[in-house]
Design a protein around this ligand. Structure first.
Ligand SMILES: Nc1ncnc2c1ncn2[C@@H]1O[C@H](COP(=O)(O)OP(=O)(O)O)[C@@H](O)[C@H]1O
Ligand SMILES: [Mg+2]
Length: 253
């Protein structure tokens, strides 16, 4: 059975996609069978893995809305063992179309069922919202990883997200838990960053990963080449940090 992990934070630009793609790659390079599900109509995870066509016919949208067979929609990536269910632009309309369907919160969970034995990990890249698609991710997932940036507004909105997770846990998916909070673009020399980190640790205690991800320009460059950091520059500080984070994730599971 695959371990299903959602990367979620309703704030944009905190590193959900970067974390999802690079954790997935690091897991695959350790010999795991990994699937990245792109659940954001912007399709950033899809392009970060080398697929720049935003009009794909076989995508998350086809699976969730048209009931397409997920096995026909999964693509191999450049990394051995790493596959993706890509997002296309039309995923933006999926919310509205899903709304009228029965079991609309379970569309993704049901779609993943037939392939759960084919993967060790399924990582879901969520959009920056608490929309029905994100609820679908939380219903399907065993755990949530919350990336955040240690800035002034970091904690804003997080209470609402915790509340959503609590509601999902109570009604739709009792097994869901926060696997961990990962602090991204961290610079320990900045006082505010240290303060926000301390605040996050007070709130989430041992659910904050010890590994922090530094601001690293290589991490920002890699997606434009359609490559995860491990293939773009596996020695840079960003790649080293993601390796350490994956060690921690494996230990926690
Ligand atoms: N540690 C990092 N150092 C430098 N740039 C980063 C880092 N993490 C993410 N980025 C860049 O910041 C932007 C937002 O990251 P992204 O992963 O797309 O966030 P989200 O998916 O939460 O919106 C992207 O351009 C990404 O390349
Ligand atoms: Mg994203």
């Amino acid at each position: 059975m695959a371990k299903i992990i959602a990367f979620s934070n309703q704030k944009g630009g905190v590193g959900k996609t970067t974390a999802c793609v690079n954790v997935a790659t690091a897991l695959a390079l350790k010999g795991n069978r990994v699937l990245v599900v792109d659940l954001d109509s912007q399709g950033n995870a899809t392009s970060s893995l080398g697929f720049f066509d935003k009009n794909l016919h076989n995508s998350t949208y086809s699976v969730l809305v048209d009931g397409a067979n997920i096995k026909n929609c999964i693509l191999n990536t450049e990394t051995n063992g790493l596959k993706t269910l890509p997002a296309s632009k039309d995923l933006a309309g999926a919310e509205i179309e899903l709304c009228g369907k029965p079991h609309r919160e379970r569309a993704l969970a049901s779609a993943l069922e037939p392939i759960e034995d084919e993967f060790d990990f399924v990582l879901i890249d969520c959009a920056p919202s608490l929309s029905l698609l994100t609820v679908n991710a939380l219903v399907a997932a065993d755990g949530v990883i919350v990336p955040l940036v240690a800035e002034y507004f970091a904690l804003e909105g997080l209470a609402q997200m915790m509340n959503t997770i609590r509601l999902v846990k109570r009604s739709l998916n009792p097994q869901i838990d926060i696997l961990g909070v990962v602090i991204n673009m961290y610079d320990a020399r900045v006082k505010l960053a240290r303060e926000v980190k301390a605040e996050v640790e007070k709130l989430f205690k041992d659910r904050v990963f010890e590994t922090t991800i530094p601001r690293n320009v290589r991490l920002a460059e890699a997606p434009s080449f359609g490559k995860p950091i491990a293939l773009y520059d596996n020695k840079c500080a960003g790649a080293v940090a993601y390796d350490a984070l994956v060690q921690e994730i494996i230990q926690k599971i």
